[in-house]
Design a protein around this ligand. Structure first.
Ligand code: SF4
Ligand code: SF4
Length: 485
């Protein structure tokens, strides 16, 4: 009797009336009717080729079935039952690659006191092994960081420099030195720096807007929506809401800064989950052309933590916006929902991740004292340091980190069909939830898989009905830090 076959970890979805497979190689495979019938049979139970031919003989000739089956075996959608799963492909070599993004925390101070921000900073310390961590990055550390960034960028011609806080604009004097310095030094090195600055907008005075415009700095505004949502958590120390202070300044920035994207970045909590209302407000009423959402990073016992029912609400609202995005894309019209655009771009580029993000790989965070961290969220945490800007990256520590965090070590993720896009999720979230950066974020698997399915369907529909739209993603570089908070 010939060997029995079964399906591998794959995901089937339908789009534009056609059937597709999303494979562990991150490839998308269109299914003909015979392949669909084969998969239906094999998903019910493993069978031999002969059994399948017998079951399907009335509908397809043997040679046609054989051809479809060979194709499914070739793309590793189907494999013999007793064949051990192939070892995880070395999707990304276990080696660091040159720096693409440096996120510089110019201060760890903030003029707001957002409840969720305090919590996710709990792993940070003010005292490090080298002494007290300064509240503000010095001019000297900032210029050293720039030199470090250009050195570590190796052959990369373009480097992304993200200015971050605390509230970034509290250290305006250092920004005014670091940005022109980076531009000058990059030019001398035959490179170009793309700047992005994250702010809560409350300090965006006219002279600051002038500075951002003149220096071509893209801006990400942290904002949670209309007044009743913004003022729930994004408050001053006095408890007063920040909406009325931030909003006129945001509108002025949007009116005057036209050369670079100005994006809104929303933190969703159990109390502020009306994604549709937030989106309409920020686009139609305020004028943002890019709005991205991220669920709050928190331990589950917090009042504002999003739990199961909340994830369902969020998914329903994301789906509605994603379908709206699709309808716009079919007519080549812009739509501001950044989450779907970012995922479509990853799908189009065949993202096949061994690591969830660029942290510690091509992306590095720098703390106010010049300590090099995994990413901006770990900046200031002694435990996750990766060197210093004057001493360089600690390669041994980085290699150990990459080895320990490779997705091949995450048992649940190895057999998950969403692994090519998720790879276990944010290390900082894992640290907050499970106390370990190498834990997979299993609390949000259902949400990740369902959201990935939504995006795959939209991708399939665009690929069938307006492939020219997807061509815009070719050659674009994704800046991991711009997607993170
Ligand atoms: S964290 Fe969950 S959804 Fe993500 S790859 Fe792992 S098992 Fe899959
Ligand atoms: S996903 Fe998490 S670990 Fe990765 S860069 Fe973003 S905040 Fe850092």
């Amino acid at each position: 009797m010939s060997e029995r076959l079964r399906t591998r970890h794959l995901h089937r979805f339908e789009a534009a009336g056609k059937a597709f497979l999303y494979l562990q190689s991150a490839a998308i495979f269109a299914l003909d009717d015979a392949s669909r019938a084969i998969l239906d049979l094999l998903e019910a139970e493993p069978r031999s080729r002969h059994e399948m031919q017998t079951a399907l003989a009335a509908r397809w000739p043997t040679d046609e079935l054989e051809e479809s089956l060979d194709e499914l075996v070739k793309v590793e959608a189907v494999a013999p039952v007793d064949q051990a799963p192939a070892p995880m492909p070395k999707i990304i070599p276990l080696e660091p690659f040159p720096l693409t993004t440096m996120v510089m925390n110019v201060t760890n101070q903030c003029n707001l006191a957002c409840a969720y921000c305090y919590e996710y900073g709990e792993d940070k310390i003010v005292e490090t092994a080298n002494g007290a961590q300064p509240k503000f990055m010095s001019e000297e550390t900032a210029t050293q960081s720039v030199d470090f960034m250009l050195r570590e960028a190796g052959p990369n011609k373009v480097v992304h420099m993200t200015l971050f806080g605390g509230e970034t604009l509290l250290n305006l004097p250092v920004l005014k030195i670091a940005i022109p310095y980076a531009r000058q030094r990059a030019m001398e090195a035959g490179k170009r720096v793309e700047f992005n600055l994250t702010t809560n907008a409350t300090l965006l005075k006219p002279d600051v807007v002038d500075f951002l415009v003149e220096n071509d700095v893209a801006v990400t505004i942290s904002i949670d929506g209309p007044p009743e949502m913004q003022d729930t958590f994004r408050v001053f120390r006095s408890g007063a809401g920040s909406y009325d202070v931030a909003m006129p300044k945001i509108k002025e920035l949007l009116r005057r800064h036209r050369t670079k994207p100005i994006g809104a970045r929303v933190t969703l909590t159990s109390k502020t989950l009306d994604v549709g209302r937030i989106f309409r407000h920020l686009t139609d009423e305020v004028g943002f052309r890019e709005v991205g959402f991220a669920p709050v990073t928190t331990s589950p016992d917090r009042q504002y933590a999003i739990e199961d029912g909340g994830f369902d609400t969020m998914l329903g609202q994301f789906r509605t916006l994603a379908e709206e995005f699709r309808d716009h894309a079919l007519e080549n019209r812009h739509h501001a929902f950044a989450n779907v655009k970012d995922t479509l771009e990853e799908i189009h580029k065949g993202a096949n991740k061994a690591y969830p993000c660029g942290a510690g790989l091509g992306l590095i965070g720098v703390a106010t004292d010049g300590q090099v961290a995994l990413c901006h969220r770990f900046a200031g945490s002694d435990e996750h340091t990766m060197g210093t800007v004057d001493g360089g990256i600690d390669r041994e520590r980085q290699a150990e980190f990459l080895d320990r965090h490779h997705v091949a070590r995450k048992t649940d993720c190895r057999t998950c069909w969403a692994r090519p896009l998720c790879a276990g999720g944010c290390y900082h979230e894992a640290q907050t939830r499970y106390g370990a950066t190498d834990a997979p974020n299993l609390h949000y698997c259902d949400w990740i898989r369902e959201w990935t399915d939504v995006c795959l369907r939209i991708y399939g529909e665009l690929a069938e009905r307006n492939p020219a739209y997807l061509a815009r993603f070719e050659g674009r570089v994704t800046d991991e830090a711009s997607q993170a908070s």
